[in-house]
Design a protein around this ligand. Structure first.
Ligand SMILES: Nc1ncnc2c1ncn2[C@@H]1O[C@H](COP(=O)(O)OP(=O)(O)OP(=O)(O)O)[C@@H](O)[C@H]1O
Ligand SMILES: CCCCCCCCCCCCC/C=C/[C@@H](O)[C@H](CO)NC(=O)CCCCC
Ligand SMILES: [Ca+2]
Length: 556
């Protein structure tokens, strides 16, 4: 559809006189008299549109500013005095900052300076572009920022101050910043104190654990404000209205990586500035009718639970703790016995073995919820129809993993479940049965390359909406109800069992659940997915490569 022309002038860009136009979709410029549709002014700033002009979509303009006299911009972020050419001898100019795509889904702040013959024209352009930006009401204006100074390599504060705050200020976003002073500071502040009405979003600077604090605070606050009891496992939870931004400064940063495509603070800041919105599923975890935690990435029993338990003692090592504990846990080769019951997802949402990953604008995540959950009532399905009917699997497992999203991260670029969806209302259940050390290693190594980690006879995968896990020792010894047991009580009990079974690898030994990087106190759990309970300042991973056009050309 042809866009209405808002402003058109002859301005100079990078020493070349250009026809510059603004419509509600884009700012475009093309050297005057150039009909080749090939050549563009000076360096290339972005893709060419259908008319052969360079353009910046309005929705990717970060800001526009009148350029200081005697100054001209010569490159991204660098301001310096440059020799004048005839066409730029007039110093009235304005600079447009915009999103520039680079490699591996990273975004940068690009700049283009346009020179005008007089100041009135210059101000007219600045005002016209600002008016268009003011129509983008999805962009946040006021943010509440929490920084964990101890996440990852302890660089959170510096990353925010040096890389993120200047971008927010350039985009005229105001912020209230809280540097956390203790674990769960951000969660409790959000739960009870924060004046959420003042903000358009919450930003966390840290890793997956810090993100987990933020969602626990926001989800609990939203439920208590609406009178919903999160202890009731079949309660319908109220979605959170505030979007959450993640500035990655942790050890795994899997939630950021899997929703943006990189763990780069500048990229994340720019997704916040343009006001992206990505809905996300959240799993609630209960033990009987007691709420334990929420999870958005990995819920892992066995291998990943044991890695986490071991790595918590090595927190001082920073991100390297996971590598050391990973190798140690792999060598111990412990397996665990138990029963998993699960409610399979409707076939509309695909299977974990699909080859189509979840990407920006994903068709499966965009299905109406009735189509995702199936229109049939569970009760009314005949026994022969397996869909909607709880299934039971018993066995000895090296790992039981539930991935609500791909869990892609720098250690595993396609993730634990490469085609899991961010917002389809399902979780991928990955059961790794007892196998040889060599086979388990082959399976683990496939998390780091392109091969299919599910293509082994000892690995089973299911896309599910709910599941329950009961470890064997809780099934066989009803008197051993560990619900009320504290950590020390459990330890005594299990060390007794281990002494009685000195050969372990003992199948009676318990593991713990790794819930987004936090250890859960119970082994027997009930898990349910809440479709699109939260929203992030993200858009999922973009499909196109750097040099492809991000927008349909006809729209520009
Ligand atoms: N001021 C603080 N002092 C101590 N701990 C904190 C503080 N603020 C937050 N935390 C806790 O620090 C833990 C780890 O934080 P974070 O997730 O940011 O880093 P990480 O564990 O290194 O990274 P990842 O979760 O990506 O592996 C979280 O459980 C969080 O609750
Ligand atoms: C012999 C060694 C083989 C190594 C195999 C590598 C496989 C890597 C898969 C990584 C999957 C990460 C899933 C994300 C989990 C996060 O919620 C959690 C908190 O940040 N991180 C970990 O538990 C950190 C988990 C780190 C595991 C190593
Ligand atoms: Ca999902």
């Amino acid at each position: 559809m042809e866009q209405k022309l808002l402003l058109s002038s002859q301005l100079s860009v990078h020493n070349t006189l250009c026809e510059v136009t603004l419509n509600s979709a884009a700012l475009s410029w093309r050297p005057r008299g150039d009909n080749t549709h090939k050549r563009a002014a000076g360096r290339r700033y972005g893709p060419l549109n259908a008319a052969g002009s360079q353009y910046v979509p309005v929705c990717e303009i970060i800001s526009v500013q009148e350029t200081e006299e005697d100054c001209a911009s010569t490159g991204v972020g660098k301001w310096q005095k440059v020799p004048q050419t005839p066409v730029e001898s007039n110093q009235h100019a304005f600079t447009v900052s915009y999103v520039e795509r680079t490699q591996k889904h990273r975004w940068r702040c690009g700049e283009v300076t346009l020179h005008c013959t007089d100041r009135t024209l210059c101000l007219q352009w600045v005002q016209a572009i600002r008016e268009q930006l003011s129509l983008l009401t999805i962009r946040p204006k006021r943010l509440l920022v929490y920084i964990n100074p101890y996440g990852g390599k302890h660089h959170g504060k510096r990353i925010y101050e040096q890389k993120v705050a200047p971008i927010f200020s350039r985009a005229s976003i105001s912020t209230d910043v809280i540097v956390t002073e203790w674990a769960n500071h951000a969660r409790d502040h959000l739960k009870t104190e924060a004046e959420l009405k003042k903000y358009d979003g919450v930003v966390c600077v840290g890793g997956d654990g810090m993100f987990s604090e933020i969602i626990h605070g926001l989800i609990s606050r939203t439920q208590s404000d609406s009178g919903v009891d999160q202890n009731l496992s079949d309660e319908t939870l109220i979605p959170c209205s505030l979007r959450i931004g993640i500035i990655p400064a942790g050890s795994t940063d899997c939630i950021c990586y899997a929703t943006v495509g990189s763990n780069d603070p500048v990229t994340s800041a720019l997704h916040i500035v343009v006001g992206d919105s990505q809905p996300m599923d959240v799993c609630s975890i209960h033990h009987n009718n007691t709420f334990l935690r929420y999870s958005v990435s990995l819920l892992g029993y066995g291998f990943y639970g044991d890695v986490l338990t071991d790595s918590e003692r090595k927190r001082w090592m920073g991100p390297a703790r996971y590598d050391i504990s990973g190798v140690k846990t792999f060598m111990s080769h412990r397996y665990y016995e138990g029963t998993i019951t699960f409610l399979p997802a409707d076939e509309n949402v695909g299977t974990p073995r699909d080859k189509l990953p979840c990407r920006t604008g994903c068709n499966i995540c965009s299905l109406p919820s009735a189509d995702k959950q199936g229109s049939r009532d569970e009760e009314s399905v005949s026994d022969t129809d397996r869909k909607g009917v709880w299934q039971v699997i018993r066995g000895k497992f090296l790992a039981i993993n539930a991935a609500c999203m791909s869990c892609a991260c720098p250690r595993s670029p396609k993730g634990l479940s490469p085609s899991a969806h961010l917002a389809d209302g399902t979780v991928d259940l990955i059961l790794v049965r007892r196998c040889s050390r060599f086979d388990f290693l082959r399976h683990l190594l496939r998390h780091t390359n392109k091969d299919d980690q599910f293509d082994y006879p000892f690995v089973e995968v299911y896309r599910v909406r709910q599941f329950h896990f009961t470890p064997r020792y809780e099934e066989t010894n009803s008197e051993l109800d560990l619900r009320e047991a504290d950590g020390s009580g459990r330890k005594r009990f299990f060390s007794r069992i281990c002494r009685e079974h000195p050969a372990c690898n003992c199948s009676l030994v318990h593991s713990s659940w790794n819930c987004d990087g936090e250890i859960l106190p119970h082994a027997a759990i009930q898990v349910r997915v809440h479709c699109q309970l939260i929203k992030l300042f993200a858009r999922g991973i973009e499909e196109h490569s750097v040099f492809e056009e991000p927008y349909p050309l006809s729209a520009i």
